[in-house]
Design a protein around this ligand. Structure first.
Ligand SMILES: *[C@@H]1O[C@H](CO)[C@@H](O)[C@H](O)[C@H]1NC(C)=O
Ligand SMILES: [Cu+2]
Length: 154
């Protein structure tokens, strides 16, 4: 008996956070590109531990580098930083705090291809009835057949 209850509890403990977590396609339909205001994109959103960022772009045209606050402002990454390059880069937000991402292609970051977010502890609140007027983008993300590359707490 007790072990059955524990088993159910263990399954719920694994499943519930993954159901409540949110996938954010960075830039929505525009994806990860230059000439997009990622600050405005991030401003209305709450990011929580367990949520995921998905950077979508044409492979070879951009990449994703995790940097610190200085690197974000100056558009530089420390030598040896390994970029994400798949064009469908999924980053699990595994810890809370400030996170910064830039594109490493010359001039792209300076042209606005940079994202700064604050990740909060705990689960996202239940999805509100009308989070955004635009509905199609999450479907487009799910229907995509592009290979998915996962990065834990990148
Ligand atoms: C932050 O990034 C800059 C630029 O890459 C680097 O010079 C600096 O050492 C980093 N600071 C910390 C605390 O890692
Ligand atoms: Cu770029």
């Amino acid at each position: 008996m007790a072990s059955t209850q524990f088993f159910i509890f263990a399954i719920l403990a694994v499943l519930v956070p993954s159901i409540l977590a949110t996938d954010f396609v960075v830039g929505d339909d525009k994806g990860w590109t230059i000439g997009f205001d990622y600050q405005t994109w991030a401003d209305g959103k709450e990011f929580h531990v367990g949520d995921r960022l998905i950077f979508k772009y044409r492979k070879g045209n951009h990449n994703v580098l995790k940097v610190n606050g200085t690197g974000f402002q100056q558009c530089v990454a420390p030598a040896g930083t390994v970029p994400l390059t798949s064009g469908n880069d999924v980053i699990l937000l595994a810890t809370s705090g400030r996170k910064w991402y830039i594109c490493g292609f010359p001039t792209h970051c300076a042209n606005g291809q940079k994202l700064a977010i604050t990740v909060l502890d705990g689960l996202s609140p239940a999805p509100s009835p009308t989070p955004t007027p635009a509905a199609p983008s999450p479907k487009a993300a799910r229907g995509s057949v592009a290979p998915v590359h996962y990065w834990w707490n990148y």
